[in-house]
Design a protein around this ligand. Structure first.
Ligand SMILES: Nc1ncnc2c1ncn2[C@@H]1O[C@H](COP(=O)(O)OP(=O)(O)OP(=O)(O)O)[C@@H](O)[C@H]1O
Ligand SMILES: [Mg+2]
Length: 350
């Protein structure tokens, strides 16, 4: 049906050109306009219809220019010209057909390539989704490992504190008793005093190990008092002037959240003392009903984050990010060479 309509259209076009050719007389050459239906049919209907229209066009031109073939034999030149035109029309038909074929091929290639690209994109999307799934699972696994690690730390800390600590205290009391009993013997008294000092130092060390594993204040008094105690201890140990501002009202945090926040602040401050070269640091913690914000800032040498993150063997910052992630918080590190470093932790409280 479509072919039929196009064929009719080609014939109408030929008829229009022939009519104009007829009314303008044979002095004006009209052959070029016959090309319109020839090209149209070659392009849309193919080579065979192109040749048909070429023949019709050449015949129409011949009939019109010879007043209905009303010419004598010495006007055979008309027939010769008509044949030349027919040859020209057919050549154009072949050329148009070739161009059309090339275009069709091109379109076919584009279609195949597009289909391949769509398939590649789908595969890419599939691997991307798998990667996202794997990294989500890894995150979940990491979060579980962290929680288990902290729980184990907490158990070991309790055991060390309760069992070892109490035994050492008992040894100390026993030593004091022996010391009293043999106070007359200078030798024994000196040995006992030495032993007493060793035991006392061991008690301090054991407490330190236990508190590093799990800060007891965290469970006894809550997050902010535990952080304050750590900040005081840190400042004393590192010699860094620390100014801090913590919320006066204690917020009740879930156990995982409080230890994660505590560890992040601990790592940020450890980094300040190890890397910043700064003598001053600031810790500002604020919280409202929705959000806890902690800013830990130094005024030291700073660092280029893009170089550090990709470096191997440094896990502190990665760990901070992971911990923030576990408690659905965000961690931002603002730093630049020579312009100090600021770690900003935000944790939603709902
Ligand atoms: N406050 C800071 N000032 C200057 N440089 C810092 C600071 N914090 C971190 N850096 C730089 O970033 C690097 C990475 O820190 P990160 O805490 O990840 O690892 P680390 O402290 O070197 O080792 P660890 O794995 O024991 O924490 C550090 O080696 C240091 O170069
Ligand atoms: Mg570190």
């Amino acid at each position: 049906m479509k072919i039929f309509v196009k064929l009719i259209l080609s014939l109408i076009l030929t008829a229009i050109v022939a009519f104009i050719d007829f009314i303008t007389g044979n002095e004006l050459s009209f052959s070029i306009f016959y090309l319109i239906p020839v090209i149209y049919s070659s392009w849309y209907l193919g080579k065979r219809y192109g040749i048909l229209l070429s023949v019709i066009s050449a015949a129409a031109w011949l009939i019109i220019d010879t007043n209905g073939l009303n010419v004598s034999a010495d006007h055979a030149i008309y027939f010769w010209n008509s044949l030349v035109r027919l040859g020209f029309f057919i050549t154009v038909t072949f050329l148009i057909d070739k161009i059309k074929q090339l275009q069709d091929n091109q379109e076919e290639i584009i279609k195949i390539r597009t289909a391949e690209l769509v398939k590649e994109a789908e595969e890419h999307e599939k691997s991307r989704n798998e990667l996202i799934l794997t990294s989500t699972k890894l995150r979940e696994l990491n979060s579980k490992i962290e929680s288990i690690k902290e729980e184990q730390n907490s158990n070991i800390a309790r055991e060390i504190h309760d069992e070892l600590g109490q035994s050492l205290t008992a040894i100390n009391l026993e030593l004091q008793w022996i010391n009293k009993k043999y106070s007359g013997n200078e030798d024994i008294a000196n040995r006992m005093q030495m032993l007493g000092e060793i035991v006392s130092n061991t008690i301090v060390k054991v407490r330190k190990i236990s508190s590093d594993l799990r800060p007891r204040l965290l469970d006894q008094l809550g997050l902010f008092p535990a952080i304050e105690s750590f900040l005081k201890e840190f400042s004393k140990r590192s010699g860094i002037n620390l100014s801090y501002n913590l919320p006066s009202e204690n917020v009740k945090f879930e156990s995982t959240a409080s230890i994660m926040i505590y560890r992040i602040i601990q790592e940020a401050l450890t980094n300040i003392s190890r890397h910043s070269g700064s003598n001053n640091a600031e810790v500002l913690i604020s919280s409202n009903a929705d959000m806890l914000t902690a800013k830990i800032k130094d005024f030291g040498r700073g660092f280029d984050r893009s170089k550090i993150i990709s470096g191997a063997g440094t896990l502190g910052i990665i760990g901070m990010h992971e911990r923030a992630n576990i408690i659905k918080g965000t961690l931002e590190i603002i730093s630049g060479n020579g312009s100090g470093t600021e770690v900003i932790l935000k944790v939603p409280l709902k």
